[in-house]
Design a protein around this ligand. Structure first.
Ligand code: MD6
Ligand code: FE
Length: 219
């Protein structure tokens, strides 16, 4: 098929194409675009009850990315370590429930990427403002690495770094734009990855922010 460019493709088709990022990791360009308004409304409803906050790493640094969660388990960090827990440490209440539109999106994205259905029980919601970044890390606090992670980007574009099994492995950089979904499992499930410092900009739906949802089966 001739290359017709992303913008043009997206005008005709919500699915802007599939790109292999690594073994078992696939970028579904524009996959969440047609649902962007409802996804952002769901984030708004979640954060009314579980506000974004800057968590502290075990090393004592405040993260530049603001985070919250929904689902049966939420990812947290504090001076004692990283873990999943059922309650929001800030309010003492259970995390807000996983919205049905998140579950649907995870199932459809997993299928489109060739994975069996994922039923996520945890969704970490990241908010980046200009200057925020996420250092190279592995997602390894989940109980079972057999399940892929579904990651949804909304708002301003960001440069995503995708490395390998070892911290020092070469890193590939790709831009993740509004509506892009990454399904990430199999051999690259434990690969290092991060997000470079967000550049300022203006997105019609999110202003000067980027949101990222990572849907996982954590428990
Ligand atoms: C982000 N994402 O894109 C951060 N982790 O803002 C992640 O850390 C991530 O996108 C595991 C799998 C997919 C991801
Ligand atoms: Fe991650």
């Amino acid at each position: 098929m001739p290359y017709i460019g992303r913008m043009q493709q997206n005008l005709f088709d919500a699915d802007g194409g599939k790109e292999a990022l690594g073994p078992g990791a696939t970028v579904l360009r524009g996959f969440a675009r047609k649902r962007d308004v409802e996804l952002l409304a769901a984030i708004e409803a979640i954060t009314a009850r579980a506000p974004f906050r800057h968590m502290v790493t075990p090393g004592g640094f405040e993260m530049s990315v603001a985070m919250t969660n929904c689902g049966a388990a939420g990812w947290v960090t504090d001076r004692t370590g990283y873990r999943y827990q059922a309650r929001d440490p800030q309010t003492g209440a259970p995390w807000p429930a996983m919205p049905p539109e998140f579950l649907e999106l995870a199932a459809e994205a997993a299928a489109a990427a060739g994975f069996a259905t994922v039923v996520p029980d945890a969704c970490l919601i990241n908010r980046y403002e200009p200057g925020a970044k996420l250092s190279l890390h592995q997602d390894k606090d989940e109980a079972d690495f057999a399940h892929p992670i579904v990651s949804v980007s909304l708002g301003l574009p960001a440069t995503f770094q995708f490395g390998g099994a070892k911290r020092g492995d070469p890193v590939r950089k790709i831009t993740l734009e509004h509506g892009d979904v990454v399904v990430w499992g199999g051999p690259s499930r434990l690969f290092h990855h991060g997000v470079l410092t967000l550049k300022s900009g203006e997105h019609p739906l999110t202003g000067c922010r980027r949101f990222n949802l990572t849907l996982r089966k954590a428990l």
